[in-house]
Ligand binder design. Structure first.
Ligand code: G
Ligand code: G
Ligand code: MN
Ligand code: NA
Length: 252
């Protein structure tokens, strides 16, 4: 309830904003996409990460408002990047189960993109496996994809029924969870799983992004086993809109 109150007052006072973390193509040393992550600015000027108000997102009213606020900023930022000629494949937003619990999600995703005249094909929806567990939600996600949005399966490997999702569900990207990257160099079982995943994704023509890369050794290993797309502190932390725009200009 403390987290709900924190998010509620931040939304009321326009203190919610998006940070962006780049997705790097290690092979070409370019930024190919970004993931938007919600942040709260405190009265003292500090920045609070989403982890600290995650409980606030279980409240459906606030989850809705947060998603609306993020999408507006995402569409507006994407418009600027397109205008500058910066090439990006996608800007990603995280959605949770509650985002799907009112009927007009598709329209709420579409409206800000139309308002800023940005093609919806740039929008990548990140959902976790747990979101797809609900059949009704899974079919909503499939409809969003049919409307031209990209679908990424986030935190892959940490949820349930991973492989059946790959079989049953049309996806554009799999995001390999940080926990796999963490033990990639030390745990042979983990390394075998990641290699198999990469190979499977290639055969299914699904994109694959490794998350939470913190060292050059992890980056080198991922590149070696066929996963050039990476996200993590080794490359960049999530940063504000101005900083990501500077990064995009340098690595585009
Ligand atoms: O950014 P940080 O590492 O604190 O994120 C913590 C968690 O909050 C992650 O699981 C991330 O997916 C989630 N998160 C970050 N921003 C958003 C958002 O805008 N909407 C939703 N639903 N989840 C978000
Ligand atoms: O659940 P999701 O994958 O959306 O969450 C992404 C979260 O991981 C964000 O909160 C982001 O701040 C965090 N993150 C991104 N890269 C790294 C990293 O290299 N190390 C750690 N510890 N966290 C990371
Ligand atoms: Mn994510
Ligand atoms: Na993730």
């Amino acid at each position: 309830t403390e987290q709900i109150a924190l998010l509620d007052s931040a939304l009321n006072e326009n203190r919610v904003f998006a940070h962006f973390q780049p997705v790097i193509c290690m092979r070409r040393a370019k930024i190919v996409g970004v993931e938007a992550l919600a942040r709260i600015r405190t009265d003292e000027g500090n920045v609070v990460s989403a982890g600290a108000f995650a409980m606030g997102l279980t409240d459906s009213k606030n989850a809705f408002r947060l998603t609306g606020c993020m999408l507006e900023q995402i569409a507006s930022a994407m418009r600027c990047w397109i205008d500058e000629g910066l090439e990006l494949r996608h800007v990603a937003v995280n959605l949770s189960t509650v985002d799907f619990q009112r009927g007009n999600l598709e329209e709420r995703l579409r409206a800000p993109f139309e308002a800023h005249n940005v093609p919806l094909s740039f929008l990548q929806i990140e959902v976790t496996e747990n979101v797809l567990m609900d059949q009704e939600v899974a079919s909503q996600v499939a409809r969003l994809r049919a409307q031209g949005m990209q679908i990424a399966l986030d935190d892959f490997g940490t949820g349930f029924a991973s492989l059946s999702h790959l079989r049953d569900f049309p996806l554009d990207y799999i995001k390999i969870d940080k926990s796999f990257v963490d033990s990639l160099l030390t745990d042979t079982a983990c390394s075998a799983i990641v290699e198999a995943l990469i190979s499977m994704a290639h055969k299914m023509q699904i994109g694959i992004i490794a998350e939470g890369i913190e060292t050059a050794e992890q980056a080198a290993r991922l590149l070696e086993i066929g996963c050039p797309l990476a996200q993590g502190y080794h490359y960049a932390r999530p940063v504000d809109g101005e900083t990501i725009t500077t990064l995009l200009r340098s690595f585009n």
